[in-house]
Design a protein around this ligand. Structure first.
Ligand code: C2E
Ligand code: CA
Ligand code: CA
Length: 285
């Protein structure tokens, strides 16, 4: 009975199978997911999550122009976001993590400002689950207020919504936060069911092109797709950030296509807060 309950649960999360039989791996995955979700709130309270910053580089000037805050979970071992984010999304506890990251970022910005360091724009990720909360905007503003941090230092990254369930809510969120002084970006553009029309309806500032597009199209004979996409986003008056850039050849092509900003291992992996200050202080070559 308990094995069939595990199979039933797997079936609920599988969208392409009508009939499904129990397999040992389903049980292992169910136990693993359960242990992650059981550990999560406790780990958060014990500060086992660390915030890393991945530099973003302005392609025209070759200088640091921003950083993305990314979480790392150090329990007895390092648990990667790929392993825990989908589980927290499913449970809804991702919302707690997002606010923990925002709070840590604001704390770091306050420390930098107190030391006389002018921080670059820092972006943080927010799950679309927050959009069902009518107090989402207020909650963000209250965290900034607590640390006396201006919204001008923050960019809020939201993944594109392929379902239009929250479309009006998303537009309301974007308008409110932009008027408050935040920059807003659409993350992972090019994954899932990206609708091009979407780009023109939502008044965001930045479009982040996903690594999967870079890998698939930023090569000889294929790259006109990326160059046209960059031109289209520019026509709409938005900034293009390209993610997951790793090679010289990719940087050269993106510079030719006038992409604005690059984020990827080519420049830097995500770094600890004190390493980011070093990165900013070193003149770029
Ligand atoms: P993302 O927002 O698209 O973040 C970029 C991911 O790509 C990061 O993985 C980063 O380390 C990785 N990356 C950056 N440049 C390169 C590159 O050149 N090559 C390769 N192979 N990878 C690169 P990470 O940190 O493992 O995060 C994975 C995803 O987990 C993030 O994707 C984001 O969707 C999610 N995530 C991480 N932290 C948070 C968080 O605090 N809140 C929420 N809601 N999501 C988070
Ligand atoms: Ca992101
Ligand atoms: Ca992304």
């Amino acid at each position: 009975m308990s094995n069939s309950a595990v199979a039933l649960d797997s079936a609920r999360h599988s969208h392409n199978k009508d009939i499904l039989f129990f397999e040992r791996e389903m049980l292992e995955k169910a136990l693993h997911d359960k242990s992650i979700s059981n550990m999560f709130m406790d780990s958060l309270a014990k500060n086992e999550f660390k915030v890393y910053y991945q530099p973003k580089v302005d392609l025209r000037t070759n200088t640091l122009c921003g950083c993305e805050a990314l979480s790392r979970w150090y329990a007895q071992r390092l648990i990667t976001p790929a392993e825990f984010i989908p589980i927290l999304e499913q449970e809804g506890t991702i919302k707690n993590l997002d606010f923990y990251v925002l709070e840590t970022v604001c704390k770091n910005i306050r420390e930098w400002l107190d030391k006389g360091i002018e921080p670059v724009l820092i972006s943080t990720n927010f799950s679309k689950l927050h959009l069902s909360d009518e107090h989402f905007e207020e909650h963000i503003l209250s965290v900034l207020k607590k640390y006396d941090v201006s919204p001008k230092y923050l960019e809020l990254e939201l993944t594109e919504l392929s379902d239009y369930q929250y479309f009006e809510r998303l537009v309301r969120f974007v308008n409110t936060m932009q008027s408050a002084g935040f920059k807003i970006s659409i993350d992972d553009f090019g994954t899932g069911y990206s609708a091009l029309g979407y780009l023109s309806y939502i008044p965001v500032d930045v479009i982040k092109l996903d690594k999967s597009l870079v890998d698939a199209y930023l090569t000889e004979g294929q790259d006109h797709f990326i160059s046209n996409l960059i031109a289209l986003v520019h026509d709409l008056g938005k900034t293009v950030i390209v993610e997951g850039v790793e090679t010289d050849d990719q940087v050269r092509r993106l510079a030719e296509f006038r992409a604005d900003v690059i984020q990827g291992y080519y420049f830097s992996k995500p770094l600890l807060p004190n390493e980011v200050i070093c990165f900013a202080a070193t003149p770029s070559g």
